[in-house]
Design a protein around this ligand. Sequence first.
Ligand code: FMN
Length: 328
Amino acid sequence: MKKTLAIAPMMDWTDRHCRFFHRQLTGRALLYTEMVVADAVIHGARERLLGFDDVEHPVALQLGGSDPAKLAEAARIGEAFGYDEINLNVGCPSDRVQSGTFGACLMKTPDLVAECVAAMKASVKIPVTVKCRIGVDDQDPEPALDTLADGVLAAGADALWVHARKAWLEGLSPKENRDIPPLDYARVYRLKARKPNEFIGINGGIQSLAEASAHLGHVDGVMLGRAAYHTPGILTGVDAAFYGEVAAAFDYPALIDAMAGYAARHIERGGRLGHITRHMVGLFHGLPGARRFRQILSTDANKPGAGPEVLKSAFAAIDFTAVEADAA
Ligand SMILES: Cc1cc2nc3c(=O)[nH]c(=O)nc-3n(C[C@H](O)[C@H](O)[C@H](O)COP(=O)(O)O)c2cc1C
């Protein structure tokens, strides 16, 4: 089965500007949108919620919801917008999401999730996938994950991404729910062993491409969330490490030019530089000058009227010669 490296859906983080930026770093990784609620897709300002740049492909739209008919309609709209895949969120534990009966609490109603997937599959031609947890609250992850997986795969899901920890719906904040319930990668490997012909991807706590590579010995895909966001420089190794492309020195000046051009277009349409640069602060993590780069992007880039030249002056703070001297 074709191996996939994906960047996780992250609310408020993986917006279109972030995805455009990540796409400059890796031509091949599969990108996910933030979760968009099905009702919003159907009734909301579609261009603002769903619009994206052509260079983002392959890009998957993540939907939140639990009404099969609404999800089918939202999936159809997403397909018409040009998304390459529709993903259903069965993993997000936030209160707001719980009140709308979707996200992680759906782990408790696997038949309904399967119904949602069947309805979405019937309404689109592009792949329909699911992202879930290994269980919630006091569920035993052995039967809970198997039951969910059996249901959605029988309903036609083209992939199942598993965040390899439970969500505890009572008492933990969404942030704590990404750290405190213990990771159990072996549980996801066992699911893959039971489902050798289905795409099973793993997510949660994976920090580096070396770790991702090790997981790919057991499963079909690896999804990186916070590591990709906070240290996006690691994404420059993805195409060579996972997609057989020739490894080459990454062209950072070309990246900054591309981002400056993109920012200029965004500003022309009434946007602000900071909408874009806020996703870039971790780019040079660990390099000499990274602190100054981060400072400029966190201050000057957010001032009224800031233009792409701020990004260029931040970039000038990075001392690449020190890196080259190190490597020699
Ligand atoms: C700021 C933030 C927002 C998130 N929003 C979503 C979301 O909209 N949908 C979703 O399925 N998961 C969401 N997640 C969870 C991530 O997709 C991922 O499952 C989680 O961060 C674990 O992976 P990681 O350890 O590689 O970050 C979010 C995570 C973060 C940090």
